[in-house]
Design a binder for this molecule. Structure first.
Ligand code: ADP
Ligand code: MG
Length: 359
């Protein structure tokens, strides 16, 4: 269903995105080793990744790093190792074919279709080496890290170093990293830092943008048609205007209308309500770290777009802050994609979040 509110897995459910899907799949077929899939939250990165992994014939393993981090409060090598192994467990063809190689990895046990870490000797690098050998047989193995900027919380496990080693030496692996917090992802990967392990490495970037107004309207029309739900052209226009080409919000609008039989305004309110609770979960860590983040977001949502005006608003509300501390907070919001800097002005790129922050 086009409006399903979960990441899509099948091509039929993925609207548009033909070009991006093709670009991603061809990069894998060209045997590229590092592919980044970038774009704001809710533009459909996980969906695109799922569909591509489903369509490509190579074996693949996907780890949702954000979810892993929130579940385990860490992404050390045992945690990521466990997720990689559980991503393979139960998959008959894959386990049977890869078994020979995986059994040789220290600290990994294979029993039936179940793969587990059994000792402290476990090393991610060895696991990747084994997958590379399997990849030689299988054509390639794709390892996807969804929301990979969370790999920066590896503690003693340095994933940038591990990735650099794998990219240089393990020719049968392709890594796909997605990231909503693009600035944070690049901070972690440090391609531009001569001291960093991934310095100068080639990466193919696939960039997801929002839908154009025409495509957004087409998406809504198609989705309502599929659900046999009548809507007027004016409502479609209204929704496109308010939700501004972000597929996640458009889908949610359609989904609540169809499943709860809501009128236009009610569905828009549902979307705003959902955005509020998402902000609470997504941003709670940031807000706990400093209450100033919330006030900065509010200032920008209210239309203060220059550095100085935002700082004045913040000072008025929460008292003195020095320039460099303020800049650091603002920069963090930019790096995590909640704020965008355009021609010297700061804006909130997501109109739904903007509306919620304004309150
Ligand atoms: P991201 O990973 O970028 O945050 P998701 O893939 O989770 O985005 O998509 C967010 C929501 O939007 C999901 O409910 C998904 O079903 C929907 N969605 C995203 N892109 C599309 C698309 N091209 N066609 C249909 N639904 C989409
Ligand atoms: Mg996602």
């Amino acid at each position: 269903m086009l409006f399903s509110p979960y990441p899509k897995t099948k091509r039929e459910e993925l609207f548009d995105r033909e070009r991006e899907l093709k670009e991603l799949e061809e990069a894998v077929k060209r045997r590229e080793r590092l592919i980044l899939l970038l774009g704001l939250r809710r533009l459909g990165k996980s969906s695109l990744l799922n569909v591509a992994l489903n369509e490509l014939t190579y074996p693949s393993i996907k780890v949702d790093v954000r979810k892993t981090y929130s579940e385990f409060s860490s992404v050390n090598r045992y945690v990521i190792g466990k997720m990689l192994l559980s991503g393979m467990s139960g998959r008959k063809k894959l386990v049977e074919e890869a078994k020979l190689f995986l059994e040789r990895v220290k600290g990994v046990s294979v029993s039936g279709l179940k793969l587990e870490i059994t000792s402290k000797d476990f090393s991610i690098t060895e696991l990747l080496e084994a997958l590379n050998e399997y990849g030689e047989k299988a054509g390639r193995v794709i390892i996807a890290f969804d929301e990979a900027q969370y790999l920066r919380f590896g503690g003693a496990t340095r994933y940038d170093g591990i990735l650099a080693y794998a990219i240089d030496n393990l020719e049968n692996l392709t890594f796909i990293l997605t990231g909503s917090e693009v600035g944070l992802l690049f901070d972690f990967l440090k391609f531009d830092n001569p001291e960093a392990p991934l310095f100068g490495r080639y990466h193919h970037d696939v960039i997801l943008d929002r839908f154009s107004p025409e495509i957004s309207a087409e998406f809504l029309r198609k989705g309502f048609e599929e659900a046999h739900f009548e809507v007027s052209g004016r409502e479609i226009e209204g929704a496109v205007g308010e939700l501004d080409g972000i597929p996640g919000w458009l889908a949610l609008y359609g989904y609540t209308r169809v499943t709860k039989n809501l009128r236009h305004e009610e569905a828009i309110n549902e979307v705003l309500g959902e955005a509020k609770s998402l902000i609470q979960t997504e941003l709670s860590k940031l807000f706990a770290y400093s209450p100033r983040y919330r006030v900065i977001l509010k200032a920008i949502a209210l239309g203060y777009s220059r550095w100085k005006d935002i700082k004045d608003y913040l000072t008025l509300k929460l008292g003195y802050i020095n320039d460099s501390n303020f800049s650091a907070l603002l920069e963090n919001l930019v790096k995590s994609g909640y704020v965008e800097k355009k021609e010297g002005r700061y804006i909130i790129p997501d109109p739904v979040l903007e509306k919620v922050f304004r309150e």
